[in-house]
Ligand binder design. Structure first.
Ligand SMILES: Cc1cc2nc3c(=O)[nH]c(=O)nc-3n(C[C@H](O)[C@H](O)[C@H](O)COP(=O)(O)OP(=O)(O)OC[C@H]3O[C@@H](n4cnc5c(N)ncnc54)[C@H](O)[C@@H]3O)c2cc1C
Length: 402
């Protein structure tokens, strides 16, 4: 496809969030979705397992079927999707610079949506020591090899991490006839929510809590892994390591751009309309925070697509915004980070996470008066939400621990 010089809306990223928003906008605008991968659909394309699609198609689907259905629905509504196109720079205007096999190119638009998703933290970023043999992969890389290329990179790997995606890693292994030797969790508890906890037990994968990887050993391929646990050092024979989770928004595009970034989420600062610090840029899906499910990201894309549609029709309230401040050092992040008058907003609740296990009272004040409060017992990775107030003013979220 030859790329146009101008459209109404550019959507960067063809995952559930980008496609949800694009489909919503297609009836009122010329929408162009750009993705650097060779196929559209985002992360679900290489999650060959259930459960996807309940919110969007009211049935249980595997990731690749779900991704294809989202793409088909977007194209049927009139969205143009260009793959193999890497967006490399965001400019005011709005205008984006892209590279593709046609060379560098610039595209102008009335509005741009950033929906570039998340990525996992690599071995190097986690400072895992030892040799550098082949066989150390992220879950995403493992899923691409298994589901997209039909490969089996190892037979007896160790899985580092116990987030929800770590259980996806077990499913991917079992699908490919790979038998994980163990799951390793540096913290004292499994991070994922409750139903996932029984899965390694059912599949007979031992879980080592309060344990970390000290060294990976092996010349060409992983041969063994040295662990540091409550009883000291131990060695496990393994031919691979899957480094899972510790997600970070894929926000490389914000570096060197004019858009404000939130150090707490790692993604762009937005308001309750999904609007960035430059009102011609919006953001949706997992680029906003680490990390939510495909269904959640899709619903967010649809809601923000609706507000962008109102924006194109000149129906958004003025952008005078109030900052959301937080008190309590256990608050990891809060989204949206700014608020404006709430009529027709995409978000009706704040989303937040804590950065360590907490027990306490959470309250929300607007212009100094308490609007909502509740007790919470929570852990990192658990979803916490609070209602957005109907009145406008500076918002403070307080967490008092017991
Ligand atoms: C390894 C892994 C496994 C996961 N497993 C599950 C699971 O089993 N179930 C679940 O519900 N969720 C899972 N998730 C969470 C996942 O992020 C969501 O399911 C969902 O895909 C988020 O949708 P999104 O549209 O925000 O982003 P994505 O689906 O990540 O889509 C983002 C798209 O943006 C494109 N992109 C990024 N930067 C650029 C650029 N500069 N130029 C052009 N294109 C760009 C990417 O190629 C990608 O296609 C997983 C995430 C990861 C990383």
């Amino acid at each position: 496809m030859s790329l146009p010089g101008e459209v109404d809306v550019i959507v960067i990223g063809s995952g559930p969030a980008g496609l949800g928003a694009a489909t919503e906008l297609a009836s009122v605008a010329r929408v162009l979705v750009l993705d650097r991968e060779t196929e559209a659909g985002g992360i679900p394309r290489h999650c060959g397992h259930f459960p996807f699609g309940l919110r969007e198609f009211h049935r249980l689907m595997r990731g690749p079927d779900y991704a294809r259905a989202l793409v088909a629905r977007a194209e049927a509504s009139g969205v143009r999707i260009a793959t193999g196109v890497n967006v490399v720079k965001l400019h005011p205007g709005p205008r984006v610079t892209v590279t593709s096999d046609q060379g560098p190119h610039e595209i102008r638009a009335k509005l741009v949506l950033i929906a570039t998703g998340v990525r996992e933290t690599s071995r190097a970023q986690r400072l895992i020591g030892g040799e550098k043999p082949a066989g150390v992969l992220s879950t995403g890389a493992l899923q691409s090899l298994v589901y997209l290329e039909g490969k089996r990179p190892f037979r007896r790997p160790i899985i580092l991490g116990t987030e929800l995606v770590s259980f996806s890693a077990i499913m991917t292994c079992l699908h490919a006839g790979i038998r994980p030797v163990a799951m390793i969790e540096p913290g004292p508890r499994i991070t994922a929510r409750r139903p996932a906890i029984v899965y390694p037990w059912l599949k007979r994968v031992p879980v080592h809590l309060s344990t970390n990887i000290r060294r990976i050993e092996g010349r060409e391929h992983v041969e063994r892994v040295v662990l540091a646990g409550p009883e000291g050092e131990s060695t496990l024979a393994a031919d691979g390591v899957i480094v899972t989770g510790r997600f970070r928004p894929e926000a490389t595009l914000l570096e060197g751009s004019h858009l404000e970034r939130d150090p707490a989420t790692g993604g762009p600062v937005i308001d309750n309309f999904g609007c960035c610090s430059d009102p011609s840029y919006f953001a949706a899906g997992n680029v906003l925070r680490p990390v939510e499910t495909a269904g959640w990201s899709w619903a967010e894309g649809v809601a923000i697509g609706k507000t962008m549609r109102a924006g194109l029709q000149g129906k958004l309230p003025d952008i005078a915004r109030h900052r959301v401040t937080t008190t309590g050092d256990a608050i990891g992040w809060v989204l949206p980070q700014t608020v404006r008058a709430p009529e027709n907003a995409a978000f009706d609740r704040f989303q937040m996470r804590v950065n360590r296990p907490v027990r306490g009272r959470l309250s929300l004040r607007v212009a100094g008066s308490e609007y909502a409060s509740r007790s919470i017992v929570s852990r990192p990775e658990r979803r916490i939400t609070l209602p957005l107030p109907p009145t406008i003013g500076p918002v403070e979220i307080l967490l008092e621990e017991k």
